[in-house]
Design a protein around this ligand. Structure first.
Ligand SMILES: [Zn+2]
Length: 54
């Protein structure tokens, strides 16, 4: 099983941290705080989803 990570600015960690991509559920999981957010193919959409949830 492959594991992808992306760097995103996490609003909870207030830092740029690695997010693991959970392809099974189309979610991103923050390595720092464990928050889950929906993963969108477009990075800017993912970013917006992350911040709308904050
Ligand atoms: Zn975080």
């Amino acid at each position: 099983m492959r594991r992808m990570t992306v760097l995103l600015l996490c609003p909870w960690c207030e830092d740029e941290v690695a997010f693991a991509v959970d392809e099974a559920s189309d979610e991103l999981v923050c390595d720092g705080c464990g928050i889950r957010t929906l993963f969108a193919p477009d990075p800017s959409t993912t970013y917006n989803l992350l911040y709308e949830a904050a």
